[in-house]
Design a protein. Sequence first.
Length: 485
Amino acid sequence: MKNDHPHPDPLPQKREYRTPVVGKLSHLLGHTRLFRVIVAFCLCAGSAFGQFVSDLQVVNFTNFAPRAYSFGGHPTNYTYRIINFGPNSSGAINIEFILSRNLTLGDGDDIPIGTRQDSSSLPAGSISTISVSSPSGINGVTMPVVNGSFYVWMRVSHASGSGRTDPNPGDNVTLFLNPSNSSPVLISVGDATPPIVTSIQRWSPLSQTNNLPSVQWLVNFSESVQNVSVADFTLVDVNGTITNEAVIGVNPSGGQQIFVTASTGLPGNAGDLRLDVLAGVATIQDLAGNSLNTNFTNGQIYTVDRQRPVVLDLVDVSPDPRTIPVDTVDVIFSEPVFDFAFDDLSLTRNGMAVPLSNSVTIAFVSGSTFRISGLASSTVAAGNYVLTVNAGTVFDHAGNGGSGSASDSWAMGFPPNAIIFVDAAYGGTMPNGTFTDPFRTVSEAYNVAADSNTIRIAEGNYAEALTLNKALRVEATNGIVSIGR
């Protein structure tokens, strides 16, 4: 800070401060008479008022730099000239800076931006040019969150506690003027750049697929925004398969990060939801009042799945009826599932439960199709079979529990009066009791035989023990047949 005083320019005449006094002067005139006299006095320390008088006037506010500011910016230097008409020296001086959008101070649009102390003493009868410079910015004078062009006013006053009064405070205010032509100077404050959305991320849950009644996104902006509401966001049903979805909340209503909550609609909904911000819909502004004017439509998607998986089909056993055990059956669900195991199956023969064990396995085939294997040992006996898949304990990727069940039935055995062929010498790979593909053992034929069937056994020795309790006809062909020897 640079102070130059006293200044060689002539000062105005020193002012006298006078007040009328009314009193009685009976001791002079011998009787009571009302009179008026003018008493001249100086307000100084020790006077009845207890204050020094220092009449300040500010002029030549010719520098306030820089002339463009962002929010929170500070001036780096300023210059003005101050006159002390006295009659006493000044104490500490406060310098207050005020922004105004017009050339009228005190009309309601004034914005104080800070106060500094610049001078600790200014002799009476002096002019001082004060220049303040700080490379890092003048603390205490800070640009607010506003946007636009402003005039800068300066107001000078005695600091509180200085013991000084100013009898003419009206001349302590001046405007920042161009030193070359004395015209008012405008400075710019704020941000003319509109805010944009930089990303929209899944927040709760973080996973894409879910079965929740509501989801939440985190919306990131390029800067702090204000007055944000649910109406500023557009919820997009990507596949057109969701009903009653809606944006239901934002938190907070301002800032650089906004959490947006949406309802996923009715139970049973399934599809993709995306959150958009459209410039033609949103009324979002930054703190300087700049409106968002750019669409954002490529945020992260939530895949909503509130549908329970069901069994669409057990692939029909074929052939049916049949003469060989069923070992595998394919199952098709409405969607991929987890936790599908042998204990989700039930098997009956002629209405009676057939126990299953963990030797029955489940394997994923593709899509939502699974293969049940290891059923042969449980389906070898003749009879009417029903295999049932219960979906109540399976889950899909979204965590929805399955519902319902599906079944397939088949007959194991031969029709009445059918002939079942047996030939120990058969070398094929698909023995099924027919003439071309006979069973190799009598036991196989017996297990699938029903009353009234005929078992026709080719010549040979069948070393197996049999207990016959069915109404069957057993024939030997082409030679001697030995059983159990």
